[in-house]
Each structure stands twice: as C-alpha cells, then as structure tokens.
Design a protein around this ligand. Structure first.
Ligand SMILES: [Zn+2]
Length: 105
C-alpha cells in the first residue's frame, strides 16, 4: 500500500486520512489507528448487521421428528400467508379510503 488512503477509525468510526503507518492516529479522535486489526471489526460493527435469523412462529429444532418438522413448517408457512394477507388487506382498505376521500373531496 502506498500513498494516502482513507481508513475508518476503529474508535470513533469516522473516515480519516491514513498514509500506511500503523502507529498513526485518527484525525478526528486522536486514537491510534491499527488498520490490520481494527478496520474489519469496525466495518462489521458499523456496517449493516446481517439478518440471517429466520423469523418463524415455531422454530424447528434439531430434536424434532419428521412429523413435527412437517407440522411446524406448515404452520410457519400458513402464519406468513395470514400475515401477508392481513397486510395486503389493510393496504387495500387504506387505498379504498384514500380513493373515496379523493373522490368525495
Ligand atoms: Zn477516530
């Protein structure tokens, strides 16, 4: 690496100038920059948290047998269908009210 680059400060999270020396300090908060140790962690912390958690009504456990797995999978699927139907219903109601209000007004 050569020249001045920008690095995200591991302490304050601000982007600061960095010319490649690990002992350099942040221009914003004065804390030492240690890009090889911190940049990735800071990126992780400041970045969007990964949401690979599946929101199920009945999470399937490893200890579940094939029948309860099937049942839970079915209930989860139905739950989401009901949920989205409700959302679609409310959106429809709001749309109708808005249209009626627009026509009446
Ligand atoms: Zn800083």
């Amino acid at each position: 690496m050569s020249g001045i680059s920008e690095i995200k400060c591991p302490h304050c999270g601000e982007w600061t100038k960095w010319s490649g020396h690990a002992e350099e300090t942040c221009g914003k908060c004065g804390q030492p920059l240690d890009p090889f140790r911190f940049s990735r962690e800071a990126e992780k912390k400041l970045g969007k948290p990964k949401k690979n958690r599946k929101a199920d009504f009945f999470p399937i456990k490893k200890t579940d047998g094939p029948i309860s797995r099937e049942l839970k999978g079915f209930v989860n699927a139905m739950g989401w269908i009901v949920f989205y139907s409700e959302v679609a219903f409310y959106i429809g109601v709001i749309a109708v009210i808005a249209i009626l209000g627009f026509l009446a007004g």
